[in-house]
Write a protein that binds this ligand. Structure first.
Ligand SMILES: [Ca+2]
Length: 399
């Protein structure tokens, strides 16, 4: 086989100002072969598939970008659980009800959750990404802040081809290598994708049996249990200690009930639920917004995408698809907004200047910053929710 060659035109357009870099990319593709072969990729597959791989400028740009502004969780949910996504979800669930019933039964994963993930990941198969996955992952693996991710996923993508689970022409996805109707990265695909219809292929692009079964299988492996709630909105009593609303603070339903927490829809917290089930509280927009008590299935959804907004979007959308959605009672603080990256750094600097130790000034609101913020809030007589909003920053800077 010929050595890997970057088509000259594309290489020029990408590295026009850095002619040496195209050569370096090509050399890297050649040198990476040894690692790929050591990890079980046949030399034939590597040579055949990697000769057409090219670096993708847009992938480099997206990999480098750190967004300055963040959406409020309510803005995210406006899109994630929009009227059109709900009605499309109901239509798609109805059109595939027999298949979804079989897969729900086989995997022990509620079909509404599968449909909600399908809806958020690709708008029910409409938007799957059309990057050549090998090129996108080779670009990430070559340089930048995700080389380790890019390289391991590139090996995974090559394994998919080596084992003939899918064709190269099918291997399209997002700029970060997420593929098909429920956006599996290659290693997840290898671990959890299922050939449900038994044709020898794990077709996450066009076979809905494979798509739904793979998603259910992944959730099941992540600890999902059928017929248990993902969570629901709750009301907190006057004077509640918001520091208890923390992912690490998992308590039994009976304990939360004893603290005066109720379901927002008026149903007693202890009705129709295992009192020993453990859950934690989330307040995604701080004390001014709604609170939710979430359970093990919420954590399984987080294994799909480790974002509270995402998991909440899946849970709420699934309730609509199941036909048992309750309106959110407490309103979101739409008049306020989350902090931008530079404002988050200002917050950390201001806390440090005032003797509260938020850790490094990196713009990441982690446990250290939240803890420092809560201490400052307590000293100010404010609810200690650790939520960094625009209003709070203004008040902090004036203190
Ligand atoms: Ca199949």
């Amino acid at each position: 086989m010929p050595k890997s060659v970057i088509p000259a035109l594309l290489a020029c357009s990408l590295f026009a100002s850095q002619p040496a870099t195209a050569q370096e990319f090509e050399s890297w593709i050649e040198s990476f072969k040894e690692e790929a072969v050591a990890k079980g990729i046949s030399a034939e597959t590597y040579d055949r598939e990697m000769q057409s791989v090219i670096p993708v400028q847009r992938v480099l740009e997206l990999n480098d970008s750190q967004p300055e502004f963040v959406k409020g969780v309510w803005e995210y949910l406006d899109t994630a659980v929009s009227d059109s996504r709900i009605s499309n979800g109901l239509n798609n669930a109805a059109a595939n009800s027999a298949l979804l019933d079989r897969i729900e039964e086989a995997y022990g994963v509620d079909k509404e959750i599968i449909v909600a993930i399908w809806g958020l990941e690709s708008s029910y198969g409409a938007i799957m990404g059309d990057y050549d996955v090998l090129s996108a992952l080779a670009t990430l693996g070559y340089e930048g802040r995700r080389t380790s991710f890019g390289r391991s996923q590139l090996i995974g993508a090559l394994k998919i081809l080596d084992r003939e689970y899918a064709n190269r022409s099918q291997l399209k996805g997002s700029w970060a290598g997420a593929m098909g109707q429920t956006q599996f990265i290659p290693t997840t695909y290898l671990e959890s994708a299922v050939d449900y219809d038994g044709d020898g292929r794990r077709d996450l692009w066009s076979n809905l049996g494979d798509v739904f079964a793979s998603t259910a299988n992944y959730l099941s492996r992540s600890g999902y249990v059928a017929n248990e709630p993902w969570g629901f909105e709750v009301t907190l009593p006057e004077g509640f200690d918001y520091a208890l609303a923390d992912r690490s603070n998992r308590q039994m339903v009976a304990t939360w009930a004893s603290l005066g927490i109720n379901r927002a829809d008026g149903v007693p917290l202890t009705d129709d639920i295992d009192l020993n089930a453990t859950g934690y509280l989330i307040i995604p927009a701080g004390a001014q917004g709604p609170a939710f008590l979430v359970f093990n299935n919420f954590r399984a959804i987080l294994r799909y995408n480790n974002s509270t907004s995402y998991a909440l979007g899946i849970g709420l959308l699934s309730d609509h698809i199941a036909g048992n959605a309750e309106p959110i009672v407490q309103s979101w603080p739409r008049g306020d907004r989350p902090l931008s990256l530079s404002e988050r750094k200002s917050l950390q600097e201001a806390l440090a200047q005032r003797g509260y130790n938020p850790g490094p000034v990196d713009g990441i609101i982690g446990a250290g910053t939240k803890s420092a913020l809560r201490k400052w809030q307590r000293d100010q007589g404010l609810p200690a929710d650790g939520y960094a909003s625009s209003t709070l920053l203004t008040r902090l800077l004036q203190s």
